[in-house]
Design a protein around this ligand. Sequence first.
Ligand code: ADP
Ligand code: MG
Length: 383
Amino acid sequence: MSHSDQPLLPSAMLGILGGGQLGRFFVIAAHEMGYKVTVLDPDPYSPAGAIADVHLCKAFDDSSALEEIRNTCEAVTTEFENVSADSMDFLSKKIYVSPSAESVRIAQYRILEKTFLKESGLPVGPFEIIREDKDIPLETSSIYPAILKVARFGYDGKGQARVASQKEAIEAFHQFSKKECVLEKMLPLDMEVSLVLARDQKGYIKTFNVSENIHTNGILDVSIVPARSAKAINDLVDQLAKRLAEALNYVGVLGVEFFISEGKVFVNEIAPRPHNSGHYTIDATVTNQFEQQVRVLAGLPLGSSRLHSSAVMVNLLGDVWTNSKTKEPEWDKVFREPGLKMHLYGKHEARSGRKMGHFTVLDEKLEIAFQKAMEVRKLLGIA
Ligand code: ADP
Ligand code: MG
């Protein structure tokens, strides 16, 4: 359903599919503005469910839960791309849904995503769609060394294998039970950056600053803002992200990941939701990415995305807990840093590789924020 011209005002009930940390920040932003929130997530310990007005602890395609959302919420959004696009279609027959099921369908399926990017004239690295053994390029192909990625349900580097040859590509494809894949050429990376934007129901766009991202083991580790890439690169990233959002006719908050390789910019992938690399906006911009998500959903104008401080964000994975002798990090030491903003997600159990929280260090000078962030990282035993 399309939105009426009247924005939703406090204390309307908003719905969100998914109750992880992104959902939790959405709930916080909505609450600050006076809205109520219903969270759908089957996890009884869902970080967002724990602070929501209503937590529907049911599967994402549970028809009674979806029916309840249709009847009690004014509008609904999502916090992760693997939500069923069919569920979103079902909801949109009666209430306002953003982003659209169509955008989510593209973002959750690498084959559609890559094809869409290429057909929209956006720069993407060389790739091949792999459905059977014979789709795997021959040994002599210039695609190797390459990276094989399952087309669905991959995240944080899961469902990916680096392959140096046709033989390795075939082996990896079999390891993935011959599920549909995309084979991408490994690009030599100068840097990875991302950009989060919000596009409202009228088509207005506000982009946040470009974030420079450091990944460790395929998982985002550190984000540095503003990115230290050249201004011409950052301007191009901003332009490409806007073009992409327009080509998708996207409504909502969109995260776009880019590779900078040998001075050229390539789009890596898109996330139809706020993005981990945009968490710095919670502390360093006038309006954060989750408030923009609330604003778009409610039909309000977007807030200012102006950066008011340099920021360095560090993710805290479960390893920080599991590697600590006392199973609890030395928080007292961490909280001594006055420019540090801590965000723990209230997850029930720390597991290796699981995102448990993050912190952002703010400083007028980016180098100082970076140096302090690295010191705290060391304090927490992060290698
Ligand atoms: P995910 O969905 O897990 O975030 P990505 O496609 O973003 O998957 O890959 C995770 C990380 O792996 C990237 O951020 C990058 O560091 C590395 N990577 C992925 N694809 C490539 C590539 N084609 N060339 C170089 N590095 C890559
Ligand atoms: Mg990624």
